[in-house]
Design a protein around this ligand. Sequence first.
Ligand SMILES: [Zn+2]
Length: 619
Amino acid sequence: MHKKIAVLMLSSFVFVACGVKPNSSKAVDVSIDLTAVDHDMLTVVHDPGKIKKESIKFFIPKTVPGTYELNDYGQFVQEMTAYDYDGNTMAVVQEDENTWTINNAKNLDKVSYKVNDTYDENDEGGVFSPAGTNIEEGENYMLNLHGFVGYFEGLQEMTHQLKITRPIDMDGASSLQVASRDTIAQKVTDAYVTSRYFGLIDNPMMYGNLDKTTFDIQGMQVEFSVYSPNSVYTAEDLKPGLEKMVQAQKSFLGQIDNTPLYSIILYLSDMDKTDARGFGALEHHTSTTVVLPETMPLSELEETMTDVVSHEFFHIITPLNLQSEEVHFFDYNTPKMSQHLWLYEGVTEYFANLFQVNQGLISEQEFYERMTEKIQTSKGFNDELAFTELSTHILTDDYKEQYYNVYLKGALIGMTLDIKLRELSDGDQGILKTLKTLIDKYGKDKPFKDEKLIAEIVKVTYPEIQDYFDAYVTSTTPIPYGEFFDKVGLAYVKKEKKTGFFMDGQTPFIDVNTKDNTLFFRKAYPLNSTLKAIGVKPGDVLKSVNGKDYALHNVRALINASFRWKKGDDLTMLVERDGEEIELSGEITQPTMATYELEEKSISEDSEAYQLREAWLKS
Ligand SMILES: [Zn+2]
């Protein structure tokens, strides 16, 4: 899945963080002409070949793998029109937002429809930007193909051919290779072929005014394409950092990944206009799409790309090469979720941090700080919710608020399981080695039964690992982190630290609701002592402070004003909680919050704990 980054909209900083030749008589043919934009929409023509049934359904995905969200991509589709072999229109019945039925289907030649993009929609229609779409005529086309190309019932496993027509001087980026190319006048048609519909979902494309570069790491070619609307960044600017990162990932992984070509598609969003605002990335087997603000300074952009792209790349381990049937036989319109998000997202996120300390990109101290920050932030979520239950129900309203915790506690499950495995194997077999053993048994074409995974892990490791899962993954016991750190000679120390009223260093206690530009207190970060003392609750909408109204447009003024507050003065806030306005009052105190730090105990290099720590972080 993807890695989401929380960015406080008003500021520029980030604070977290298949080719096959078509058997043309049997292929499904889809075409999109980028040179024919009509009212900010593209027309898709979809020819399924001969239909043998009386009635057939056409679907646009409700969701796609890795997003863990129901997004109804059909909401962007208009004017669904069916044609018979004589070119006459046929009746089309829309069943729901993503489903259309065509009767007399034996006469059906093709369907044609118009598609709107997500990036310039209010709130992007709820779609996370790296899974979203952009149509900016002559300039940029973000083609996450699930947003454009649907599928006919039962034809998902057929060869699909996609033709994209573009101006002759426009570039395209995708890990899917062009199978053939036709030039007529000043237009070029690129034809792509995939052995099944999933190949279109798994290979996003970006066309437009792109800047591109490539580099080779141990036999894998990496193609990096960037769209920077105001030409702030070139591909070369970010290439050195990416090269170093991919090199380190390959060294950490060893023999696991045989991808000959990996494509990184970076869309930099224009912060001065309506544009993509869901920053982060979404993984695919041989590519990743990344969306970040164009205003980010280079050093931050490099650091964020390292964290985000490495997370997406490590999905090569799981779910891309180790997946349950729910993932492998993915149902785009009636999805069934796996219990194992702790593995797919959590362990992936853990690896994206572990490889950096393992390969010397960050120090041990930085790694400890990242892990303690995850512990601290995860405590803002329900720590007594079984992770397998959270995972199974992630698409439902009751659970989706807990989703972000898969990157926090999920990663911490990865870490503590890794420590436990190292302890039981005298340092030899950590989680990476364990997963590689399972990949040898399963791999990308052989999904496991969801309910059998834990037993499989226990089988290739130790009986004690069953106890670990029983306590911390399938039931509600919070993880006693201190006990695990103790095994590797680290002391887990609680401290009280000073913070700002609305900011903890670079991390804000408040966020912006992009739907109405109101401010609210974040649920995913603990409140400081002053906010707690006057009665603020996570999720409260902040209306006014000391009688002055605040929202997105003047939040900077609020933060600046708070720097001048004096101890002992009155502090009042009007907040909205569950639709009710509540007046909070108290006095200004020095805000503090509890923080945990990891300290290396002074132990001998011969001690078991020291050896285990070395094995955990450095082998
Ligand atoms: Zn992910």
